[in-house]
Design a protein around this ligand. Structure first.
Ligand SMILES: [Zn+2]
Length: 368
């Protein structure tokens, strides 16, 4: 009689335990789901780590297969980009239908806000504050480096606000009146017209590598008339070195470096030129990481704004088979791109982020 009661009690106890366990699992899963999906909207990077300096490198149009193609061409040796310790994927959609353009994508990364294609850190009649402006307000230095016109969408979105990426004169005027410390990129008539505004007692306006390399000023707008070569002395990597040299200071800095023409040659399906641009960008990444290793207290993040050209690498392809035919589009695509990161706080970056999260990550790690 007593034995039966005990068995019954055990059975009830088991049922109760199973119920408690089930509820715990459901609640945990729900909480995990809520927090996990929250990352895509507004990630709280679970780190107290703070970096003094943040270097963001953007490969325009650089999908994962662009990197794989360059590695295949480089006899299988891994790019510096992929050697960074942490990596994951990035969603890139803008508020416009279809694929994002560089203006909306750069706005997302510079401000944490999604906008429509063509807008420069601007939405519904309002300017949106950028991470570069906020870094400036916090007493840090700011540098922007690009391999196409400095008024183009990606560099512009960090310092200017406009309803259209095509408002070159308006963007140039805002770059000139910004308190940016280092600005390197291609020249145009709109920037040249602002020479007297830009040149001041403490800021140099230089045109050409000779003037840029000769300048002793830590505050400099240095523009190139023709193009920035991919090899030799005056490359994106050397401009990155020079920018870092000028930006280093006790309050820290934010530097954005863009490999702008990876996108251009993906639009035109010129794979060899794309590889050359990617390798030049990869060399700039290597300088940024070397600087961070040497100086410490720095975070380096490499991202792309979107994929261009629907590039596919055939299975078992060899370097001598690399072909323009590997591109399957002349436009931007909606594919996720990848991020790669090194330095302070990067272990806490989720494996899947949205492009707006790039802003949150920089803000949390650099500005707290
Ligand atoms: Zn493009």
């Amino acid at each position: 009689m007593k034995q039966v009661d005990l068995k019954k009690q055990n059975k009830i106890l088991t049922i109760v335990l199973v119920c408690i366990l089930s509820v715990t699992i459901v609640v945990s899963a729900t909480l995990f789901g809520v927090f996990y999906f929250d990352y895509g909207v507004d990630p709280e990077i679970p780190t107290e780590a703070k970096a003094h300096n943040f270097i963001l490198l953007i490969g325009d149009g650089m999908g994962y297969n662009h990197i794989k193609t360059a590695e295949l061409y480089n006899n299988g040796s891994m790019t510096n980009i992929r050697k960074l310790s942490v990596n994951g994927e990035v969603t890139t959609r803008s508020l416009s239908a279809g694929a994002t353009d560089s203006a909306a994508a750069a706005t997302a990364m510079a401000t944490g806000v999604k906008t429509y294609n063509g807008r420069i850190s601007y939405l519904n009649g309002k300017s949106i504050p950028t991470i570069a402006e906020q870094a400036k307000s916090a007493g840090k230095k700011v540098g922007i480096v690009a391999t196409k016109a400095i008024t183009d969408a990606t560099p512009a979105a960090f310092l200017a606000h406009s309803k259209s990426r095509n408002n070159t004169a308006e963007i140039a005027a805002q770059l000139a009146s910004s308190d940016v410390d280092v600005l390197f990129g291609l020249n145009n008539a709109e920037m040249t017209a602002l020479k007297s505004t830009i040149q001041s007692d403490n800021r140099d306006f230089c045109v050409g590598f000779e003037e840029i390399n000769a300048s002793a000023s830590d505050k400099i707008v240095g523009l190139i008339d023709d193009e920035i070569p991919n090899i030799g002395r005056n490359t994106l990597a050397s401009l990155t070195d020079l920018a870092l040299e000028k930006l280093e200071n006790e309050n820290g800095f934010f530097l954005m470096v863009e490999g702008s023409k990876i996108d251009s040659y993906s639009h035109t399906n010129e794979i060899q030129n794309m590889i050359d641009e990617l390798n030049a960008f990869d060399a700039a990444v290597s300088r940024a990481v070397a600087w961070a290793r040497k100086n410490g207290n720095t975070t380096v993040m490499v991202v792309a704004d979107h994929e261009t050209g629907k590039l596919k690498v055939p299975a078992d392809a060899t370097a001598d088979q690399i072909s323009n035919e590997w591109f399957h589009s002349s436009s931007h695509t909606t594919q996720n791109v990848h991020y790669f990161a090194y330095g302070v706080g990067v272990d806490s970056i989720p494996a899947l982020i949205d492009n707006t999260d790039v802003y949150d990550i920089i803000k949390q790690i650099l500005l707290g």
